[in-house]
Design a protein around this ligand. Structure first.
Ligand code: SF4
Length: 343
């Protein structure tokens, strides 16, 4: 395996620093400049990571947020997203269960609080929440907020319109996660049961309802560099607060199950591009990080300020303690408040 490049933060400025300066000044990189970032040769990768770190550190210092994920409903989804083991077309062997009862959501919130979590997120499989589902999460949220008023509540429930988003906001939900996944151009190649426009509309509905948005994508689904650039620019235009970037973990039994995982260099270039295009966003190195990055994992901390630990819905991930040790060894500080997404 290739040795991970060393990022020397005291090295002389490079052409990427000019991009970092412009990003910090609020300028948006052009499509061609963004393409050039994705084409960075291996030998210039440390320069790119250093430039991305300058932007990251302006807004986030050396702090790292840690997120954990678990489902409140698993599998049984009628949609056909090609990367997803919970879809109607997946034959992957996963645990399936229906919506967890309110008591279980409350117990998980309590566990999150006990672990020092600042935010608690409830995640379900499915196209989108029914009115009953929304009622269920509103009731759970009201009870959680009654017991722990300072705990931030996030939901990831699929496609929804503004009235549903408003009901959730009125109940005390503060955040919605809903990813664009890829570019508008590439979306039909990975999903036929809903459109890219449906996804954009959900993010806009959440914003219109006053909710913070967590919205990102997946690298490694056969997209071109143009698609990655368009995704980054679309997320900039939407003004997302948090941007999780996943690296496809090809799951046998899913339509994308035989894809080769993206290589570490491409993952780091894509993360750096997302940072340069979205300087103030919470950039999260999300699903597939362990498999894609291997021993290069600490390098994600230069562009990203947030990582997931302990697995991703239906695939395993780095243990929380291991992630903590990795951050400390690389000279980054874990935020004391852990974000948590259990159920
Ligand atoms: S809508 Fe969500 S749960 Fe359903 S197949 Fe797509 S990603 Fe998976």
């Amino acid at each position: 395996m290739q040795t991970a490049p060393i990022v020397d933060l005291d090295a002389p400025p490079s052409a990427f620093d000019r991009l970092a300066d412009r990003s910090l000044a609020g300028e948006i990189l052009s499509h061609d400049e963004a393409l050039a970032v994705l084409a960075t040769p291996d030998e210039a990768l440390p320069d790119l990571l250093r430039a991305a770190f300058r932007v990251r550190s302006r807004h986030w210092g050396r702090r790292v947020k840690v997120c954990m994920l678990q489902n409140a409903r698993s599998g049984l989804c009628p949609e056909d997203c090609g990367y997803c083991s919970q879809s109607a077309v997946s034959t992957a062997d996963i645990e399936t269960y229906r919506l967890l009862p309110r008591e279980d959501l409350l117990a998980a919130a309590r566990a999150a609080v006990d672990r020092g979590a600042r935010r608690y997120c409830m995640v379900t499989s499915g196209r989108g929440p029914s009115d009953r589902d929304v009622d269920h999460f509103c009731e759970a949220t009201r009870e959680i907020k009654r017991q722990w008023p300072d705990l931030e509540i996030c939901v990831s429930l699929g496609l929804m319109d503004e009235p549903k988003a408003r009901r959730l906001a009125d109940a005390g939900v503060g955040w919605v996660n809903h990813n664009l996944n890829t570019s508008e151009r590439h979306h039909p190649a990975i999903c036929s049961t809903h459109t890219y426009a449906d996804r954009v509309a959900t993010v806009k509905a959440a914003k219109a309802a006053g909710l913070h948005t967590c919205c990102g994508g997946i690298i490694g689904m056969g997209e071109t560099d143009h698609d990655v650039v368009d995704l980054g620019l679309a997320l900039r235009e939407l003004g997302v607060d948090s941007l999780p970037l996943n690296f496809l973990h090809p799951i046998p039994g899913t339509p994308l199950g035989d894809r080769r995982p993206v290589d570490a260099g491409r993952a780091l270039r894509a993360l750096s591009l997302m940072r340069l295009l979205n300087p103030e966003a919470d950039i999260r190195a999300a699903g597939g990080r362990e498999r894609t990055l291997g021993s290069w994992q600490p390098l994600v901390l230069y562009p990203a300020n947030s990582i997931f630990v302990a697995g991703y819905l239906t695939t395993p991930g780095q243990a929380a303690e291991e992630a903590r040790a990795m951050c400390a060894a690389a000279g980054f500080e874990l935020e004391s408040e852990v974000e948590s997404v259990p159920a």
